[in-house]
Every structure is written in C-alpha cells, then in structure tokens.
Write a protein of this length. Structure first.
Length: 74
C-alpha cells in the first residue's frame, strides 16, 4: 500500500480532488490507475514500493522512491 498526500504549497493545507497516478520505473510495473485525493489530500494505491514518479493533474511533482506515505506539494 502506498499513500500520497497532496498539500497546497501556498497554504500548507491538503488539496482535495486532485487526480493522482504513480508511474513506476521498469518495463514490468508501468503506471497505476488514477485516484482522487480525499478531503485530507490523500490518495491510496494498492501498489508495492519502488522507484518512480508521482503525477498530480498530469504533472510530475515527485521523482524518487515511492513507499509508505509520500507527501508532495503543488
């Protein structure tokens, strides 16, 4: 399980309703389906940890190790 919390950089508050996807490195992993953030700015994925990117509303906002809980700012 991987959780992504999206936080608004300007206010420090959770960003609700953002479309989040994970793109894992390597040919066998690929891209997850999308999830929308809840009122706490969180999107949850049934995915194993790995290296890759967090994509929010079509833009890459994080590139690196994706495991546990990842907090990104938009």
């Amino acid at each position: 399980m991987v959780s992504v919390q999206v936080v608004r950089q300007s206010s420090g508050k959770p960003a609700e309703g953002k479309k989040v996807m994970l793109s894992f490195d390597g040919l066998s992993r690929g891209v997850t389906g999308h999830e929308y953030t809840n009122r706490n700015g969180e999107a949850h994925f049934d995915a194993n940890p790995g290296s890759g990117k967090v994509i929010v509303d079509g833009s890459t906002v994080y590139n690196g190790r994706i495991a546990g809980r990842v907090v990104v700012y938009v």
